[in-house]
Design a protein around this ligand. Structure first.
Ligand SMILES: Nc1nc2c(c(=O)[nH]1)N[C@H]1C(S)=C(S)[C@@H](COP(=O)(O)O)O[C@H]1N2
Ligand SMILES: [Mo]
Length: 377
């Protein structure tokens, strides 16, 4: 390696002497970024399991606490957003390493540098595409959900490798070396990064954390904007639900004893109310007051076994959420409704008139609107 170093004279690359590019700064910012990434990863696993459970788990998903998904998904999106300024701060701190000479010192060093490339690339892509997903903008040809899932594992794997390689430096710089040794420059940098994280968090977290809803300036959805005091993701028009499609609507329940009900007949059944949130995977959520028929009652009437799963079919013809499935833990929860009313009024067209699913601790995408059919599986 000595020979190699001699044979490669250093080109006129920039030289960095600022303390803000040192291992202490990298460790402090890295600590915060690591926490944000781990929180986003764990809450992401929760979201994935609730949305696409492995076959054996379908009937075991917990339907309580009713606000569970609201919290985990709100935290998922908030930690992802907070990670963005932290990632830029971290990259700014360490970018002088790009000008190290020689660029590669050994095979192991080359591998370590390559793993940094994977780490930076995957985390950057994950955070940017995740942010674009919250505004429902998909300027790429691949499926967001599958890519987000796969990339999460790549990023976490690369992060673990990075932590292992850097463990000695992290340990050495974890604690402040001496009182005040961080100095004014470093303190100013940490304050600026903290302010940036605080600003992006405070101006978006109100989309799910309603006490801060008045500070929600930049989130794509505001909890108060929408018909009946609840935001809408896909409108009736966007889903192709026209008066023509609704004409002669009946709920069909297929099972051992299949039957059909008109809206009048559904309204004549025993009505139940529940306060449950819509918690969209894109991060916004809001609690609402729902009234309708218990799905468990509808299933009993069809003679469904207790452990049966249910397929829910919407009037909507196309789209990934026109047909959804519900495990027995949700279907048999007394809070799970085929809702006919929202916040004291009949459901509006955009919230799923004439009937929609609302279940506790369930991702928004699975709260199917414009329900036409329940099928016992
Ligand atoms: N049929 C149907 N139901 C649907 C959707 C859809 O596209 N089609 N979108 C879902 C999504 S992503 C969310 S977050 C909730 C939003 O419900 P809301 O518009 O009543 O607030 O509806 C869900 N139900
Ligand atoms: Mo959603």
């Amino acid at each position: 390696m000595e020979g190699m170093r001699r044979s490669l004279p250093r080109p006129p690359l920039p030289v960095f002497r600022g303390r803000l590019h040192d291992a202490r700064t990298a460790t402090v910012i890295g600590r915060l970024l690591g926490v944000a990434i781990v929180v986003a990863f764990v809450t992401g696993l929760v979201s994935h399991c609730l949305q696409q459970p492995p076959g054996w788990a379908v009937n075991l998903l917990p339907s309580r606490p009713s606000w569970g998904y609201r919290v985990t998904q709100g935290v998922h999106v908030a930690s992802g957003i907070a990670a963005i300024p932290l990632l830029f701060a971290k990259l700014w701190t360490v970018y002088p390493r790009l000008f190290e000479w020689p660029p590669v010192r050994s095979v192991v060093h080359a591998l370590e540098r390559a793993s940094i490339g994977v780490l930076v690339g995957s985390v950057l892509l994950q955070l940017v595409t995740g942010l674009l997903n919250t505004v429902q903008w998909y300027p790429w040809p691949w499926d967001f959900k599958q890519a987000h899932w796969a990339l999460a594992w790549v990023a976490v794997g690369a992060l673990l490798l990075h932590l292992a390689v850097k463990a000695p430096q992290i340990a050495a710089h974890w604690r402040r070396p001496a009182p005040d040794a961080d100095g004014p420059d470093r303190r100013a940098f940490f304050t600026a990064v903290g302010a940036a994280v605080g600003a992006v968090t405070l101006t978006t977290v109100g989309q799910s954390f309603t006490p801060l809803k008045d500070l929600d300036l930049f989130a794509p959805r505001h909890p108060d904007h929408g018909p009946q005091g609840l935001p809408v993701n896909r409108t009736a028009v966007a889903a192709g639900i026209t008066a023509e499609r609704l004409a002669g609507w009946r709920l069909r329940v297929d099972g051992p004893r299949p039957y059909e009900l008109t809206l009048e007949e559904l309204r004549a059944m025993r009505q139940h109310s529940a306060v449950l949130p819509i918690a969209c995977v894109e991060g916004w959520s809001k609690s609402a007051h729902w009234t309708g028929v218990r799905i468990t009652d509808l299933l009993d009437r069809a003679g469904a076994p207790r452990a049966a799963r249910v397929r829910v079919t919407s009037l909507q013809r196309h789209g990934a959420y026109a047909v959804t499935e519900m495990g027995s833990s949700y279907a048999r929860d007394p809070l799970t409704l085929l809702a006919l009313r929202l916040n004291g009024e009949p459901l509006s067209a955009d919230h799923g008139f004439p009937a929609r699913v609302i279940a506790p601790n369930r991702p928004g995408v699975l709260q199917t609107k414009w329900v036409a059919r329940l099928e016992v599986l």
